[in-house]
Every structure is written in structure tokens, then in C-alpha cells.
Design a protein around this ligand. Structure first.
Ligand code: FES
Length: 276
């Protein structure tokens, strides 16, 4: 009987289903190499990070060199070369969030989780990272879990959030869906929906306040003074107005009173939903 030396996992190729799905992604684009970004997300959903064999698989399918794929994977911060935990917790420490409490949240979570930046807790549940602006400054300070928004956080609410995530309590994003695992979220980013896209609100009063004021005062965008009818932008706007009209009516007063008291509440308010 001959001893068979088993190849290390990293030296083995990706499984057949993953390879088939990687090829499927390429069919969505006129030029196959445009599929590289979602392909790397799929690799992460399977591997927990961008592995060497994931890079090789993408390169083989797309006719690129491993160096070219690696160059992309190391350029964008959403691609990870080290294993990520079940929940990637990104604390925005960009300017506005920082002064509104983001730095304090990040420091509290580092202590509470006993990890540094871009490190994972010993139980493998949470990876903590400070992230740049999430374009959610009207809800500063913002924390993201697997790229879903947790608005208006405080050190206390963020601590409860990570405790809930680690203990398996279901957490819902402030403006988004129930939180899934990082690998599941990566699969969605690869273009394989999980049917949660319509869960939860997509916009809130602070984001819609400017729109409401513009409508009340008859303000229009430059070049739109003559009131074009039925343009795609108008149609999309009307659809959004309809979707959120009830909520906007009921929350307008809250938004206005919030704007007046923001100076008194610089530490942020408690997240109204999930994890806080
Ligand atoms: S500075 Fe944090 S979301 Fe913009």
C-alpha cells in the first residue's frame, strides 16, 4: 500500500460549484474581465478571504495573470487577505463621525473585544476595523455590520451591538435587512441575492429632509425651472415620494426637533432598531 500525500487545502482548487458560479458571473458582462470584482466577493464568501487559490481561479477564468488579480484584490479595502469573522464591524472614524463619537466608539470596542484594528475576536465571531466615510454622515456616528448601517451609535449601543452579534441575537440594520453572516453578505455582493433586499427602510427623515424643504419652497434643480414632465428622474422621485410619504409625514416633526437639538445631543441617539 502506497502512502498518499494529501495536498494542502490551499494547493487544491476551488470546488466545482464555486468554479461554475465564478464562470456564471462572467456571463453577466460584455467583457468578462469586468466580472472580477463580484468574482472576488464570491471567493470571499466561500473562503472567508481572498486566498491564493481564489486568485488563481479568477486569473485562469479571465485570462489574467495572478499578479493582475492580486493587484485588484489588494487595492480595494473590501477584499481581505486575512480571515474575517462571522461579523465584520466597521466603525467610521472619518472626520464627521470621528468628532461625533466614532473615535470613542472604536476605542471602546477595541477594549471590549480585546482586539486591534483589523483583528478578529478569539471566538471568530467579530472582526473590528475602522472604516472611512460610508456616505451616511447624516446619521453620524455610523457603524456598519457586514456593510449594513447601524446609525447614530454611541459607545454603549455599539458595545451592546457586538455582544448581541457574538451571542447569536438577531440584529436588524437601522436602514436595511436582518444581519446575515459576512460570508452570506459576500455572496450577495457577488450577485446572488438572498431576498432580503426589500427588508427595512432604505431612507430616513434626515436624508429626506432636504427633499421635503425643496418641495415646500418650490426649489428645483438648475435647468428644471420649466417643470419637465415624466423624465426618468421625475418618475423615480415620485416613486420615492410615494413610498416614503407616510413615513416622512409622521417623522418630519421628529427630524425638525432633532435638527434643533443636535447641539445638545452631540453624543448621538440610541439606535432605534436592533443591537442597541
Ligand atoms: S464621516 Fe462617517 S459616514 Fe461620513
Amino acid at each position: 500500500m502506497t502512502d498518499q500525500v494529501e495536498a494542502p487545502v490551499e494547493a487544491q482548487g476551488l470546488d466545482a460549484q464555486t468554479m461554475a458560479e465564478l464562470r456564471e458571473i462572467t456571463t453577466r458582462y460584455p467583457q468578462a474581465r469586468s466580472a472580477l470584482l463580484p468574482m472576488l466577493h464570491l471567493v470571499q464568501s466561500v473562503e472567508g478571504r481572498v486566498t491564493s487559490r481564489g486568485i488563481e481561479a479568477c486569473a485562469d477564468i479571465l485570462g489574467l495573470s495572478a499578479a493582475e488579480v492580486s493587484g485588484v484584490a489588494t487595492f480595494y479595502t473590501m477584499y481581505k487577505r486575512r480571515p474575517v469573522g462571522d461579523y465584520h464591524v466597521g466603525v467610521c472614524t472619518n472626520t464627521l463621525c470621528a468628532v461625533m463619537g466614532g473615535d470613542a466608539i472604536f476605542e471602546r470596542l477595541k477594549d471590549h473585544l480585546d482586539v486591534g484594528n483589523d483583528e478578529t475576536t478569539q471566538d471568530g465571531r467579530v472582526t473590528l476595523e475602522h472604516v472611512e466615510c460610508n456616505a451616511a454622515c447624516d446619521y453620524a456616528p455610523v457603524v456598519m455590520v457586514n456593510w449594513e448601517f447601524m446609525d447614530n451609535q454611541t459607545p454603549e449601543s455599539a458595545t451592546r451591538l457586538v455582544d448581541d452579534l457574538r451571542s447569536g441575537v438577531e440584529v436588524t440594520a437601522t436602514r436595511g435587512a436582518r444581519i446575515c453572516t459576512w460570508r452570506e453578505a459576500e455572496r450577495v455582493l457577488a450577485g446572488f441575492p438572498d431576498d432580503r433586499a426589500d427588508e427595512g427602510p432604505a431612507a430616513g427623515p434626515p436624508s429626506l429632509l432636504g427633499l421635503r424643504i425643496a418641495k415646500e419652497r418650490g426649489w428645483t434643480a438648475p435647468g428644471d425651472e420649466k417643470g419637465r414632465a415624466g423624465s426618468p428622474a421625475d418618475t423615480a422621485q415620485e416613486a420615492q415620494d410615494t413610498s416614503y410619504s407616510d413615513r416622512a409625514r409622521s417623522e418630519t416633526d421628529i427630524a425638525e426637533s432633532g435638527a434643533e437639538t443636535v447641539g445638545e445631543d452631540a453624543g448621538g441617539t440610541q439606535n432605534p432598531k436592533g443591537g442597541s
